[in-house]
Design a protein around this ligand. Structure first.
Ligand code: PEP
Length: 250
């Protein structure tokens, strides 16, 4: 069975609740595509507004982070229970900005992946190499290392439902897109790793996105690759171009 494409916007730390509502309204007529799952991953403070604004549409809402704890004295944290109750379906875990600026390591991210599943949320788990690692030829070894730790003790039934986003750090927000060959090569290596950790059935089901400066003009070629099941989109997710990315096959 063919995997369904999934295109997720990562809004990062952009848009106040009222701006978020306006963006959802602007994008509403542009992001209809029955062939694609569409997700807006939004700042925590925008979740309630965006959940309300996308009601009755094809768009699901994601969070950009989740606590590794359940509840209690963890000032500033947001729990899986809170996200699920607010209507969130997906959660980004391990974005390179969180790994780099907030020092989130793989053991911590593994705890977050477990928490997401505990609360019925689908992780969009990010991985990817730096420019230096790519130039040293370490890309695939590095991504395998990241994912092996991030997926530790996650059962196959859960892994099959999740999304992995391959995001070369040097391509995020830089305007530099990986070539389709580079993107496909790593996404295939990720699928091979999933088959190795679990089995081929899980590897066939898991969805693998490419992320890094994807635009409406580049999406068709990237998403046509056999192991690329859609994209995680930063900058372009805040513009009309997101509609073109979602409708890459029209
Ligand atoms: C991202 O932040 O996940 C991302 C892919 O950003 P951009 O599309 O702006 O490179």
């Amino acid at each position: 069975m063919a995997r369904r494409k999934i295109v997720a916007g990562n809004w990062k730390m952009n848009k106040t609740p009222s701006e978020a509502k306006a963006l959802v309204e602007m994008l509403a007529p542009l992001v209809k595509n029955d062939d694609v799952d569409v997700v807006y991953c939004v700042p925590a403070v925008d979740i309630t507004t965006v959940v309300e604004a996308v009601k009755g549409s094809n768009v699901a809402v994601g969070a950009e982070n989740i606590s590794d704890k359940d509840k209690g004295a963890f000032t500033g944290e947001i729990s899986g229970a809170m996200l699920a109750d607010a209507g969130v379906k997906y959660v980004i875990i391990g974005h390179s900005e969180r790994r780099e600026y907030y020092k989130e390591d793989d053991a911590f991210l593994n705890a977050k992946v477990k928490k997401a599943f505990e609360y019925g949320l689908i992780p969009i788990l990010c991985c990817g190499e730096s420019l230096e690692q790519r130039e040293l030829g370490q890309t695939i070894d590095w991504v395998r290392l990241q994912l092996k730790s991030d997926l530790k003790d996650i059962p196959a039934e859960q892994a099959a439902t999740m999304v992995i986003a391959y995001e070369p750090i040097w391509a995020i927000g830089t305007g530099k897109v990986a070539t389709t060959e580079q993107a496909q090569e790593v996404c295939k290596a990720i699928r091979d790793l999933i088959a190795e950790i679990y089995d081929t059935d899980t590897a066939e089901k898991i969805r693998i996105q490419y992320g890094g400066s994807v635009k409406g003009a580049s999406a068709p070629e990237i998403f046509a690759q056999p192991d690329i099941d859609g994209g995680l989109i930063g900058g372009a997710a805040l513009t009309e171009d997101f509609g073109k990315i979602v409708n890459y096959n029209k």
